[in-house]
Design a protein around this ligand. Structure first.
Ligand code: NOJ
Ligand code: CA
Length: 723
C-alpha cells in the first residue's frame, strides 16, 4: 500500500488562523486526519469521514501541576508515517482472526520555552482513529503530575448521545438518549440521583464509551484503549461549542495522573462509520492494545457457568451464614455462630448445582457467600471484612472440589473485596494459593462500596493499577478473572486474555432489586460499555417477575424470556452465566435447550442490523464447529427482525430452531410466553421474526447432515405462512 502524506496549508474556518497541517488518510481513504500547529503553538486535529466531519479544530495537550501549560508554544520537530497491515489471532473472541490495518503518523513536537518533548502517535484505521501521547526520556521532564488533559473532541453539531453521567465510582446507570446540549439538565434531574454521589463539580460530564449519532446519520463512538498507569477519561460537555474535553478522574488529593518518563497515555479512540453495524464490528480498540503477555495460553478457556448467586439477589438465600451483627473478622468464632437457616452456599446446595451443571453441559459453578465475613459486609467502609480463605462451617471446600472433579465441573472462586483494596492486596497471594490448592480455575472479584485507601476512586490511577495488577498476578498463577465494579474495560483482555470479562456497567442483577434496566438497555450496551470488552451481564433469567418470590414485589426483568435467550448472542462475552435458579430452568426445559446449546467462543460474527437504543441482530459461527447462532433483540417497541441467511454455507441445508416470543408476548404483560419452531433452511433465505415489545429471538442453525431432518418442514419464506 502506498504511503499517503500530504503537506497542505489549510484555512481553518472560524478560527481564522493559517495552519500548517499534515494530512493522512485511512487505508481505503474514507477517513482523513489533519494535524497542525496554529500560530499560538497549539496542536489541533481534524477527523473527516467521507460522509461528514467528525472532529474539527480540536485542541491537544496538557496542563501540568504547577500551572505548566503544556498545550501551547509547540513547534514541529519531525513527523513520520507508515502503513501497517497485518493480522493476529485472539485467544478467544468474536472472530478467529483480526486484521490490523492503519496509516500511522508520529508527530514529534517540542515546547519552545521549556524544551519539553512529546510524540503524538496517530493511527488511522478505516473505522476510526486512535491517538496517544508519548513522553520520551528527556532532560527537561522526568517525574510530573498531570493536572488536566486538555484533549478535545470538537464535534460538528449538537449530536444525539447515549450516555451515563460522569461518576468517578460507578458506571451502573441506565443510559440516557439525549442531545449533548441536554446532558447538564438531565444529569441534574431525578433519574440520575439513584446512585450519583460523587459526580464531578457541575453535572455536564459523561463517561465513555460515549455513543453519538449525527443528524446526517454518522455514528461516532469515543472511548480509550489500553488504560494502564493512568486514570480513566470522562468527558466534559460544552454545549455552546459542541466540544467534549477529556476530564481525568482524580486521586484522593485531587491530582489526576502521576507520570515518569518514558511513559505514554492510553489511546484516545474515535470509532466512526455511517453504518451502526460497523461500530459493533470494530476491532480498533483491541488493535490498539498490546499483544498477549501470556505465552502459554492453553489453560485459558471460555466458560459457560451457573451459580449460587441469583438466589441471593432474589432473596431466597443469603450470602451471610448468620444474622449476628456483632462480627469481627479476627475475633469471631465462626464455628459457633448461630446459623440463620437461609445460607445459600452450603455443601448440599453446591452439590446440587454441580450435578445440574454436569447434566446440562456447563463448565463451572460460581459460588458466592462461601467465605466468612458477609455479616459485616455492605456500606461499612471498613478495612478487614473478608480474608478470602476461611469457609463458613457449612461449606466443605475440599469435599466439594473432589465432588466437582468427579463430575468434570469447576468451581469459580468469589472474592468480594468490599472495595477494601489494601486488605485485598495484602491477602492476594494467600488467596491465590488457596485457589491453586483447591483447583479453582477462575475468580470473580467485586468492588462494592467506597474504596480503601479512603479518598481514592474506582476509576482513578491508583485503582486502575490495582485491577491491572490483579489481572497480571492471576495470569502468573494461570487463573482467569472476571472483575465486577472495576473501571470499564479498554481492550486490555488482548494483553491479558485470562481476564475474560468485567461487569463495569448496569447488569441484569439490577432487575432483581431496583427499578431495573429499561427494555432499551441491552440495545445500548454493545454500543457503549461493550466497546471496551466483554461484559458479565448474567443473562438467562426465565422467571421474569419477582412477585414469584415475594408476593408484593413489583420488580421484574424488563424483557421477555425469549430476549433473555437472545442476549447470549447479542451481548458478546467468553464468560456467560445461566443466571437463573436451576429450578426455573427445569420449568422450561425446551427454552433452556438454547442456553445448553449456545457457544461461548466464535470464529465469525456478522452484525446484520442494528440501531443504538432500538435493535440489534447478530449471527455468530461457533469456534471449531459448523453451527451458527443468531440473536435479535428490540427495545420497548415491537418490530420484525430480518435475518438474511446469506452467511450460511451455500448448497447446504440447515435445521433452524427458532426461539421466538409468543404471539401475545410482551415484556410487561406476558413476558414468559414463547414459541419454538423448527425449519429446514438454506443460504439466500430471509427469516423475518416478529419480536414482542421488550422481546427478542434466538436461533440455532445446525447443518442438516448433523441432525435428523425427518418431519422438519421446509421454511416457506415467510414467518406467517409457516404458522
Ligand atoms: C455486586 C456484583 O455485581 C454481584 O454479582 C455480586 O453478587 C455482589 N456484588 C456481591 O459481591
Ligand atoms: Ca455490580
Amino acid at each position: 500500500m502506498s504511503k499517503i502524506k500530504l503537506i497542505v496549508f489549510v484555512w481553518i474556518l472560524g478560527l481564522g488562523k493559517l495552519l500548517f497541517a499534515t494530512t493522512i488518510q485511512s487505508p481505503s481513504k474514507n477517513l482523513t486526519l489533519l494535524v497542525g500547529i496554529d500560530n499560538a503553538g497549539m496542536v489541533h486535529y481534524d477527523l473527516i469521514h467521507a460522509a461528514g466531519t467528525v472532529v474539527q479544530n480540536a485542541k491537544m495537550g496538557f496542563i501540568l501541576k504547577g500551572n505548566n501549560l503544556l498545550d501551547r508554544d509547540f513547534e514541529l520537530l519531525n513527523e513520520n508515517t507508515q502503513t501497517v497491515d497485518n493480522s493476529w489471532q485472539p485467544v478467544w473472541g468474536e472472530v478467529s482472526s483480526i486484521r490490523n490495518n492503519y496509516q500511522e503518523l508520529i508527530y514529534a513536537i517540542r515546547q519552545k520555552n521549556t524544551g519539553i518533548l512529546i510524540n503524538i502517535h496517530f493511527r488511522l484505521f478505516d473505522d476510526g482513529l486512535g491517538f496517544r501521547y508519548e513522553f520520551p526520556v528527556q532532560p527537561k521532564l522526568k517525574d510530573f503530575i498531570i493536572e488536566e488533559e486538555v484533549t478535545e473532541f470538537k464535534l460538528s453539531g449538537n449530536h444525539t448521545a447515549f450516555w451515563i453521567p460522569g461518576d468517578y465510582d460507578t458506571n451502573e446507570y441506565p443510559y440516557t438518549k439525549s442531545r449533548l446540549s441536554e446532558v447538564d439538565a438531565v444529569a441534574k434531574s431525578e433519574q440520575h440521583q439513584e446512585i450519583a454521589t460523587r459526580t464531578p463539580i457541575g453535572k455536564n460530564y459523561v463517561q465513555t464509551p460515549l455513543m453519538l449519532k449525527t443528524d446526517g446519520g454518522l455514528y461516532i463512538n469515543i472511548h480509550e484503549a489500553a488504560l494502564m498507569n493512568y486514570s480513566a477519561m470522562q468527558l466534559r460537555v460544552d454545549a455552546a461549542t459542541n466540544t467534549l474535553t477529556a476530564a481525568l478522574v482524580p486521586d484522593a488529593v485531587g491530582n489526576k495522573v502521576y507520570m515518569n518518563t518514558p511513559c505514554v497515555t492510553p489511546w484516545r479512540t474515535i470509532v466512526v462509520s455511517d453504518k451502526a453495524t460497523n461500530i459493533l464490528a470494530s476491532k480498533l480498540i483491541l488493535n490498539l492494545n498490546a499483544p498477549s503477555v501470556i505465552e502459554d495460553v492453553s489453560w485459558i478457556k471460555p466458560v459457560k457457568y451457573i451459580g449460587i448467586w441469583w438466589d441471593m439477589h432474589v432473596g431466597t438465600a443469603t450470602w451471610n451464614y448468620s444474622d449476628e451483627n456483632n462480627i469481627n473478622l479476627e475475633t469471631t468464632n465462626w464455628q459457633n455462630l448461630p446459623a440463620n437457616g437461609k445460607h445459600g452456599a452450603t455443601t448440599e446446595r453446591a452439590k446440587y448445582c454441580i450435578d445440574f451443571a454436569a447434566e446440562n453441559g456447563f463448565d463451572a459453578v460460581l459460588i458466592e457467600g462461601w467465605n466468612v465475613g458477609w455479616e459485616d459486609w455492605f456500606g461499612k467502609w471498613k478495612e478487614n471484612v473478608f480474608d478470602f480463605v476461611t469457609p463458613y462451617p457449612d461449606f466443605n471446600v475440599a469435599e466439594l472440589q473432589q465432588y466437582a472433579a468427579t463430575k468434570n465441573v469447576k468451581i469459580i472462586m468469589h472474592h468480594e473485596t468490599s472495595a477494601s483494596v489494601t486488605n485485598y492486596e495484602r491477602r492476594l497471594q494467600e488467596a491465590m494459593e488457596f485457589m491453586l490448592t483447591y483447583g479453582y480455575p477462575a475468580v470473580k472479584t467485586g468492588y462494592v462500596g467506597r474504596i480503601i485507601p479512603r479518598g481514592e476512586y474506582h476509576d482513578g490511577q491508583w485503582m486502575v493499577n490495582h485491577y491491572n495488577y490483579v489481572a497480571a498476578q492471576m495470569a502468573k498463577n494461570k487463573l482467569m478473572l472476571d472483575a465486577h465494579e472495576p473501571v470499564r474495560p479498554t481492550g486490555l483482555h488482548r494483553t491479558y486474555p485470562n481476564w475474560l470479562a468485567c461487569e463495569a456497567a448496569r447488569g441484569n442483577e439490577f432487575n432483581a432489586w431496583s427499578k431495573g434496566n429499561p427494555p432499551e438497555h441491552e440495545t445500548i450496551l454493545p454500543f457503549t460499555r461493550l466497546m471496551g470488552g466483554p461484559m458479565d451481564y448474567t443473562p438467562g433469567i426465565f422467571q421474569i417477575k419477582m412477585n414469584y418470590y415475594k408476593p408484593n414485589a413489583t420488580e421484574q426483568v424488563h424483557t421477555t424470556l425469549a430476549k433473555q435467550l437472545a442476549l447470549y448472542v447479542t451481548m458478546y462475552s467468553p464468560l456467560q452465566m445461566a443466571a437463573d435458579l436451576p429450578e426455573n430452568y427445569l420449568r422450561y426445559p425446551d427454552a433452556f435447550q438454547f442456553i445448553k446449546d449456545v457457544a461461548v467462543d466464535w470464529q465469525d460474527t456478522k452484525y446484520l442490523e442494528a440501531e443504538p437504543g432500538d435493535y440489534i441482530t447478530v449471527a455468530r459461527k461457533a469456534k471449531n464447529s459448523s453451527k451458527w447462532f443468531v440473536g435479535a433483540i428490540t427495545d420497548e417497541n415491537k418490530r420484525n427482525a430480518t435475518i438474511n441467511l446469506n452467511f450460511l454455507d451455500v448448497n447446504k441445508l440447515y435445521i433452524a430452531t427458532i426461539y421466538a416470543d409468543g404471539a401475545t408476548a410482551d415484556w410487561q404483560n406476558n413476558p414468559q410466553q414463547y414459541q419454538i419452531k423448527k425449519f429446514v433452511v438454506k443460504s439466500g433465505q430471509i427469516i423475518t421474526v416478529p419480536l414482542a415489545a421488550g422481546g427478542g429471538c434466538a436461533i440455532s442453525l445446525v447443518p442438516a447432515a448433523e441432525e435428523d431432518v425427518n418431519g422438519v418442514p421446509q421454511y416457506k419464506g415467510k414467518w406467517e405462512t409457516n404458522k
